[in-house]
Design a protein around this ligand. Structure first.
Ligand SMILES: *[C@@H]1O[C@H](CO)[C@@H](O)[C@H](O)[C@H]1NC(C)=O
Ligand SMILES: *[C@@H]1O[C@H](CO)[C@@H](O)[C@H](O)[C@H]1NC(C)=O
Ligand SMILES: *[C@@H]1O[C@H](CO)[C@@H](O)[C@H](O)[C@H]1NC(C)=O
Ligand SMILES: *[C@@H]1O[C@H](CO)[C@@H](O)[C@H](O)[C@H]1NC(C)=O
Ligand SMILES: *[C@@H]1O[C@H](CO)[C@@H](O)[C@H](O)[C@H]1NC(C)=O
Ligand SMILES: *[C@@H]1O[C@H](CO)[C@@H](O)[C@H](O)[C@H]1NC(C)=O
Ligand SMILES: *[C@@H]1O[C@H](CO)[C@@H](O)[C@H](O)[C@H]1NC(C)=O
Ligand SMILES: *[C@@H]1O[C@H](CO)[C@@H](O)[C@H](O)[C@H]1NC(C)=O
Length: 393
């Protein structure tokens, strides 16, 4: 920016004061909190606060045991990363768009559902398949929400206390956490590198289309999680019987973690391109993979034990049985019982074979909140800014 320095003596004081001026007046430099009035989230079960549960089968007990003390639509014993995000921004937990009971969307809405993929899938949830609310469907729901909520808000009545103000949509934080199920939906382990690459291109093109749609609707602050270390989770480890040399020191499956990292590399490239294409928006790419993997690598250091073992499960090498999952009714020695939780979920990482415990979610949130895992390294509360303010670093 200041490279045409023929007369250094004259230019330095001037450019220095310009820099100071920029730091004070340029809204794209992170120096102060964004004061997000709302969060709109799109994603899968990692951030589903009740969408799939309200739409299909309610999440069973003992989900919710540690915090809500009842099932709360979340696949966890308590809060998810998205709950900690909302709380840290001084906002209430964001309600699932698909859950009409006690719905209060005044500070945002959550379009994520468990089992969602970026790409539409060809099998339904009734065939052991996927959520019908793929990312493009969630985006369509968001468009309807924005349009119709404003119609209702602008009429008198209770809706002013239940729906967001019109200007919240451009000032809100838009969070994304999706991709894990796209990796397991296709049998990538059997594909050639070229086939995997083609699939990822298609998946990330669809991701890009949705982000552009949200941008067209006024979204300007994007906080995008990459996908976690899939190969450390019992639901993919248990049925696949990996050989010793396919497992790393943490016991995670190398081939599956490589797929996750491959996806993440492409997601990062996608975000880099989105920054160029949508220059009015701030994009923060958050390396949740590394934060989560650190936990599997050194669980004891952070107060966790048995990292690969499932807390709420039964049987097998990982205390996980895909046919008798957390909360399922089973018969043991002639007596009906539910698949229940371990003694101390707060010391565990894996809740039910697929999802993380509240303790792990909180730990990961604390790792990522200050920007240490973000590109650019901007803290959550400043994620409306495109760059870090040089005068503060
Ligand atoms: C679903 O089926 C359509 C039509 O056969 C096909 O083009 C598409 O690739 C399939 N999608 C997935 C995710 O397999
Ligand atoms: C998600 O899909 C898998 C199979 O694709 C299924 O086994 C599992 O029960 C589904 N989870 C939920 C919460 O519906
Ligand atoms: C909102 O919905 C109405 C009724 O369906 C439609 O006529 C209008 O074009 C929509 N507005 C926007 C901005 O999408
Ligand atoms: C919805 O939540 C907001 C924020 O917590 C609150 O101010 C508002 O009163 C609530 N609406 C109703 C109808 O309770
Ligand atoms: C994938 O490959 C393995 C061995 O290479 C084979 O046993 C398995 O049946 C294949 N799976 C599919 C879905 O083709
Ligand atoms: C899993 O691997 C072990 C050891 O290689 C083998 O004995 C066992 O039969 C395998 N199980 C399945 C279901 O493939
Ligand atoms: C994302 O890609 C950019 C450009 O290639 C690179 O500079 C950056 O380090 C990458 N970030 C992460 C977290 O991988
Ligand atoms: C079931 O019965 C067997 C044999 O009596 C006993 O060893 C086992 O501990 C019992 N399991 C449970 C969960 O009670």
């Amino acid at each position: 920016m200041y490279s045409q320095s023929t007369d250094m003596g004259a230019i330095i004081p001037l450019s220095f004061s310009i820099l100071l001026l920029l730091a004070v007046s340029n809204p794209t430099l992170a120096s102060k909190d964004c004061d997000f009035p709302a969060i709109f989230n799109l994603g899968d079960s990692n951030s589903d606060t009740g969408g799939l549960s309200a739409s299909f089968t309610p999440v069973p007990w003992p989900n919710g045991i540690s915090y809500f003390h009842m099932p709360a639509g979340r696949y966890s014993d308590g809060r998810l990363i998205i709950d900690f995000i909302a709380d840290s921004l001084g906002l209430p937990f964001i309600h699932a768009y698909l859950d009409s009971i006690r719905a209060n969307f005044s500070h945002g809405a959550n379009f994520a559902t468990a089992n969602s993929t970026i790409r539409r899938q060809n099998t339904t949830i009734f065939q052991g398949g996927w959520s019908p609310f793929s990312l493009d469907v969630q985006s369509g729901q968001f468009n309807q929400f924005k349009n119709r909520s404003q119609w209702a808000y602008n009429r008198e009545g209770v809706f002013k206390e239940l729906l967001p103000k019109g200007d919240f949509f451009s000032r809100a934080l838009y969070t994304f956490d999706i991709g894990q199920n796209d990796i397991t939906a296709d049998d990538y382990l059997n594909m050639t590198a070229a086939q995997v690459s083609a699939a990822l291109t298609d998946i990330l093109d669809k991701f890009t289309a949705v982000v552009k749609e949200v941008y067209e609707q006024g979204g300007r602050s994007f906080w995008i999680h990459n996908t976690g270390p899939l190969g450390c989770l019992a639901y993919v480890l248990d049925p696949r019987n990996f050989t010793e040399d396919q497992l790393d020191q943490a016991g995670c499956a190398i081939p599956l973690n490589e797929l996750a990292q491959n996806f993440n590399k492409r997601l990062n490239q996608t975000v880099v391109q989105l920054r160029k294409d949508l220059s009015l928006a701030a994009f923060t790419y958050v390396d949740v993979y590394s934060a989560k993997y650190n936990l599997f690598k050194q669980p004891e250091k952070y107060g966790f034990e048995h990292p690969l073992m499932v807390c709420c499960g039964t049987g097998g090498k990982y205390n996980f049985n895909r046919n008798a999952r957390c909360g399922a009714l089973i018969v043991v020695n002639g007596t009906e019982t539910i698949v229940g939780a371990c003694k101390d979920p707060s010391a565990r990482i894996n809740w039910d074979g697929v999802h993380y415990t509240e303790a792990a979610n909180e730990w990961v949130f604390k790792q990522i909140a200050d920007g240490a895992f973000s590109d650019p390294p901007i803290p959550l509360r400043m994620a409306c800014h495109k760059e870090i303010d040089p005068s503060t670093s």
